[in-house]
Every structure is written in C-alpha cells, then in structure tokens.
Design a protein around this ligand. Structure first.
Ligand SMILES: [Zn+2]
Length: 259
C-alpha cells in the first residue's frame, strides 16, 4: 500500500518543527528513544513541477522505512481507525521479540476468543517495554468486547502475561498505536525489528464500515472518514450509528466485568 505518497509542501528550514513536548507520552518517548526527529521532507523526494522557488513542493517515497513518509501514513491510519470506531484498547504482555511468533500468538488468541462466540476484529502492533524488559502488544478492537476475565483466561492458555482492556471513545487518540514507529530513526528501527515491514497488523475483521458492517480496506476507511469530516464542515447532516455490542462470555465465574 502506498498511503502517504503524493506531494507535500517542503519548507526550506525545519525551524518550525521545533515543537515543545506537550504530553507525558512525548516525555516518555524521549526518555526511551532520545529526541523526536525533526524532518522537513522525504529525504529522497524530488522537486515537483508545480512548486515555486519560494514554496517548493517535493514528492514522497511513501515507504514504511522512511520516517517522514511514515508520519504522514500514521495520520492516514489514525483517520481510518477513527472511521471504524473501535470501542476497546487491549494490551497484551509477555510477547516475544520475534514478529512471526507474535503473529501466531495474537492470531491464536483471536481464534480462541472467537470460538467462545465473540465476533470482533482487531488491529495490533508490538512495542518494546521500557528498560529492555521484553515486549507488549497494543490492539484496537472493533466488535464484541471480551470481558477482562475472558481475555486473561485465554491469554493464560496462549502463554501470554497480564492483559489489560479498556473501553475507548470514538474520539480517541488513535495514532497512539504508531507512536514509536514515528518518533525518530532509532525508534523506527526498533519498531521494524518487532513488527516487520508493516506499520499495523490484523486488518481483516477490523476494517468495516461502522454503519453497514461492510468489509472495507484501510484506504477506503481513510477516505470515508475524510469525506465525513468534509460533509460535517459543509453542514450536511450525517448520522453514524454503531453496530457494536458489548458481550462478556464466561467471565462471571472470575468476577470480571466489562471495564
Ligand atoms: Zn519518503
């Protein structure tokens, strides 16, 4: 996929990118990975014919290995997730440092939860824990929400560690899932060691139109979200319903409730 390719205004100085950190997350990322990289344009971008000497425009390579282009892509992904309207964020601990192993673990856990009757999709990535203590996975979930007891039970069977699940609002910070990929070159290299060449994983079952349930791809989710925003700006009425239902399967015995 080549989301984020196209053209981008590229100022001649990156002084405007010296934005102070505003969140605890940014300070935590700096503590782990050093300063946020400041990038004005794609390093292999070529000047585009419709730019001018005062306001040059450059092409973008659109590769997942390019930090600048990946930042643009993370906003596309964030808008696509926003369109899908996930209702829970899951954290899985005790992950491996090997992407294939993690894919098997996550897919196995999903199959195991699905066999209980839950109908959901999730979009996930793996990140290093701070201070070299292993890795954990974050997943945005769309559809039925497992109770924490159910989730932990099946994670235990899969050999995973502690799990967390929290419900989220549709206005959530959905770019959160890509935060270490886009911080600086060091964090991107480490992210790719854990996640391979993809930015996010697990699209099937996750990318759905929230109103119709129609399976779509990520690009379509992004473009539908942006069209929706545009129609809001132009004042056209737009109603988005959720077809999500919260279900708790088999966790009563463990005293768990939906969080
Ligand atoms: Zn690039």
């Amino acid at each position: 996929m080549n989301v984020g390719s196209g053209s981008e205004s590229a100022p001649q100085t990156d002084a405007h990118l010296l934005v102070p950190y505003t969140s605890a997350r940014e300070h935590a990322l700096e503590a782990c990975w050093g300063q946020r990289a400041q990038l004005a344009s794609c390093p292999v971008g070529r000047p585009l014919a419709y730019g001018t000497p005062e306001t040059p425009w450059f092409s973008r390579c659109g590769l997942n290995s390019c930090l600048y282009c990946l930042r643009g892509k993370s906003w596309h992904v964030g808008d696509a997730i926003r369109f899908v309207q996930p209702t829970a964020l899951i954290t899985l601990t005790g992950m491996s440092d090997d992407h294939r192993t993690n894919r098997e673990l996550v897919n196995g856990l999903k199959r195991s939860l699905t066999r209980t009757g839950l109908d959901f999709g999730w979009l996930w990535v793996t990140e290093w824990n701070p201070r070299g203590t292993g890795a954990h996975t974050h997943a945005w979930l769309r559809g039925d929400i497992p109770g924490p007891g159910t989730l932990q039970l099946h994670a235990d069977r899969a050999g995973l560690g502690i799990t967390l699940i929290k419900q989220v609002t549709y206005d959530g910070d959905f770019e959160y899932i890509c935060k270490t990929a886009v911080w600086n070159h060091e964090s991107l290299t480490a992210y790719r060691q854990l996640n391979g060449t993809e930015l996010v994983h697990g699209g099937p079952g996750f990318w759905r139109d929230p109103e119709t349930g129609e399976p779509i791809d990520r690009k379509t989710a992004t473009s539908r979200y942006r069209a929706m925003q545009k129609s809001r700006q132009t004042g056209r009425a737009l109603v988005v319903r959720s077809n999500v239902r919260a279900v708790d399967v088999g966790s009563e015995a463990l005293g768990a409730r939906l969080v």
